[in-house]
Design a protein around this ligand. Structure first.
Ligand SMILES: Cc1cc2nc3c(=O)[nH]c(=O)nc-3n(C[C@H](O)[C@H](O)[C@H](O)COP(=O)(O)O)c2cc1C
Length: 185
């Protein structure tokens, strides 16, 4: 697989976030040739068209540049009240405004890690719907839902669940194939 640069985006800003912990675990599970870096979205202001019109704030410039430069984005998020966290929706919105909206034709893989037994099934479909209308190419399968996520990491945030490790490994391998396929278009 050619050199693929993937940008990880956590939908949770919490220091002990399980989504961020899962993204960190992905670093050990990448297929050969893929590298993973992490976006910072916690310092984005709340989206306001007046701020956008006055000139992109640095955190928004940085996020847009990072998404544009990446071969693909890997989004991991908890579910908040059956949908997106405000931090993730805000980041998607900041990167979505023309000109050069960053999600256009971008390969994206999504997984969720949430406390509920469904592991964020509902948020995942909302993320897919939003990114689809921005013309991102969202990997349809495999789907990964890390349910009862608090039981799958130790106190240091290390992923201890072997089945989850395997699901993420398969997701990352599939994402590598997907990025390569989308780049041929
Ligand atoms: C505002 C709020 C709403 C939540 N709603 C849901 C929900 O709809 N479904 C669910 O599975 N968990 C829900 N949770 C629990 C989160 O899944 C849990 O706190 C998770 O650990 C947060 O992700 P993080 O560890 O990455 O910060 C909610 C938590 C918060 C703070």
């Amino acid at each position: 697989m050619a050199d693929l640069k993937v940008l990880g985006i956590s939908g949770s800003l919490r220091k002990a976030s399980l989504s961020m912990a899962a993204l960190r675990a992905c670093n050990e599970l990448l297929p050969a040739g893929m590298t993973l870096s992490y976006a910072v979205i916690g310092d984005l202001p709340l989206y306001n068209q007046d701020i956008f019109d006055a000139g992109l704030p640095e955190p928004a410039k940085r996020l847009r540049a990072a998404v544009s430069a990446a071969d693909g984005a890997l989004i991991a998020s908890p579910e908040y009240n059956f949908s997106l966290t405000p931090a993730l929706k805000n980041a998607i919105d900041w990167a979505s405004r023309p000109p050069n909206q960053s999600w256009q034709d971008k390969p994206v893989a999504v997984f969720s890690a949430s406390a509920g037994p469904m592991g964020g099934a509902r948020v995942q479909y909302d993320i897919r719907r939003i990114l689809g209308q921005l013309w991102a190419h969202v990997l349809p399968r495999p789907e990964v839902f890390i349910g009862s996520a608090q039981s799958k990491f130790d106190a240091q945030g290390k992923l201890t669940d072997e089945a989850t490790r395997k699901f993420l490994t398969d997701l990352l391998a599939g994402f590598g194939t997907w990025i390569t396929r989308m780049q041929k278009k």
